[in-house]
Design a protein around this ligand. Sequence first.
Ligand code: MCN
Length: 688
Amino acid sequence: DSTATQVPLARDKVRHVGEPIAVIVARSPYEAEDAAALVEVDIEPLEAVSDLEGGLEPDAPRIHEHLESNLAAHVIQRKGAYEEARERAHRVIKRRFWYDHGASAPMENRGIVANWDARSRELTVWDTTQAPIPIRNGLAAMLGLPQSEVRVIAPFIGGGFGPKIMMFYPEEVLLPWISMRLGRPVKWIEDRQESFFATTQERGQDHEAEIAVDEEGRILGVRDEFLSDTGAYNPYGLTISINTQCTLLGPYRVPNYHSEFRMVFTNKPIVTPVRGAGRQHGVFVMERLLDRAADELGIDRVEIRRRNYLNPEEFPHDHEIIYQDFAPLVYDSGSYAEAMDRAVEMIDYAGFDSGVRAAARAEGRHVGLGIVSYVEGTGVGPYEGARVGIEPGGRINLVTGVGTQGQGHFTSFAQIVAEQLGVGADDVEVVTGDTARFGWGTGTFASRGAVVAGNACHAAALKVRQKVLAQASAVLGAAEEDLDLADGFVRVVGGGESVSLGELAARANPLRGAVTPGTEPGLEATAYFGPERGVTASGVHAMILEVDPETAMIRILRYVVVHDCGRVINPMIVEGQIHGGVAHGIGNAFYEELVFDEGAQLQNASFMDYLLPTATDVPTIETAHVETPSPLNPLGVKGVGEAGAIPVGALFAQAIEDALDIDGFEVREIPLSPNRLFELIRDAREGG
Ligand code: MCN
């Protein structure tokens, strides 16, 4: 509900811990902290909502008084006729699952510097945002300035992982406003404790799900009903929950589906996407249900997945529901069984029982294997743009609107342009995230940089290539088809004649003489790319894990990722993205947990109490690529930035069950922790 929009400083009511209520401006952070202690706050404690089911009770305290309840949204998507399928089913398996998430925990917290220059009428804001252009647009609207007077720069940012795209954080409005009031620059840097409360998180979903299968383990249908925590406000609408709803279908053929969710306002910090953005929840539910179906039917867990995979001939595959961009959920391409085959081979699935497991058993150690599949809808619209230009000195400029937080865009986008212009990636100077340099676009999220911005870079480079060829053809007196671009020169193929790109750029900006009417100056072009819908990346993760049943401590012995992000632009960057994602996933699956008390107070807002995985917890990750190019964009790429994090919870659950092999022991919740796992093992042993 848009009437439940947050305002920069809480008015009348504070809805979550960390919601700002006053601003203090001082010459130093030390003075500001001291001054904060002088602010007297008279707050009457109200009853809090911290739990999803309780939040929907008719007598629950209302987070937003003017709404009828704490229900933020209720969405049903259906395909086929689930109830009918259920009646025909050989087995129906039902479970309840809980999936919690954690803090995004970037190395660099949020920070903003704002400077209003009244003389030049320019507001410059340096902001750790993933979306500088929407921030520019919003600031102009809120502060009553023309967009041309607002410049937002997203400099190098030490990690974003989703929450830095929130539009708007209170500080993003307050700092520019204060600078305009005071006529001087102001700076704010978030500290770690503030980051735990005031930066958005992604959390709680409570699923009641069932799967209907035939004797062979073929999926007849799935029914899933879930509650999703949105925190005190809901700036991101339906994104996370729809991601869950859609991603649950995974790489499988699911003829009948009933999925229903309710998003619930609570008094917890605001929920917005964090790497994976609800997708891991869906993967967890589906993979867990398939594991249970495999157990009950006595079918091997890899085999049951194979029986349900969509085949390469079935693309495009329409799932008949809509995705987070509100476009139909239609998969473009994929080769799921191929990815599974590679993973099975890499982890030596066939030899595991008699090999690694048997050897461990002989030593009294408990080792298990997990292997799960997932898909990820990536590269959603609306659009991004890029401008490519060649300077008379031969330097090549590339400017795009997306911000960058460590994804390697400077390298991969430079490569895309270099390929078209016959230069090295080093020769392309890249600028991102400065609205004064490029003012159209949305931002870096939803693993869309490569697909949307990358294809815009490609389109702009192609246009410049055309201009180069036309110019060179005139200069060298040769047909365009006979020209080749390499090493910064255009050459006549087979001949010796050549001209440098720099010289062509100089000629394209003549100081004297006539030109053919209609000629545009410069070797420069701007292009945009807006896909009709997203593209579907996919993969299989496999892991061998040792669990100590007495202490519930784990050790990951091997971790294998087989991944398909379409055509790979830069293998090293893609691997780095996968590694980072897996590390994130391991943290969320087994270490990181945000602990709230009944009053929705966060109990562990520091890295002393909130466990992040460290280098000793993250194993060597072995990767392989399957490439099914996307037919929906000229580069054939799909996204990869979130993929590593998505299936990890489901993988842990399966591997831990496999290692322990205790009757009645099932993992139905994430995150685990050594402590929680200890309790689950104890409960299973006690038959509880
Ligand atoms: N790439 C490639 N070939 C492909 C696909 C991608 O070479 N077929 C490259 C891209 O060119 C880009 C990188 O891989 O350099 C990631 O591309 P993409 O998957 O398009 O993701 P985005 O650029 O949109 O980045 C966003 C994504 C998200 S949503 C989160 S969350 C996340 C992530 O990236 N946050 C990150 N990775 C992160 N990595 C770092 N270091 N820091 C973060 O905050």
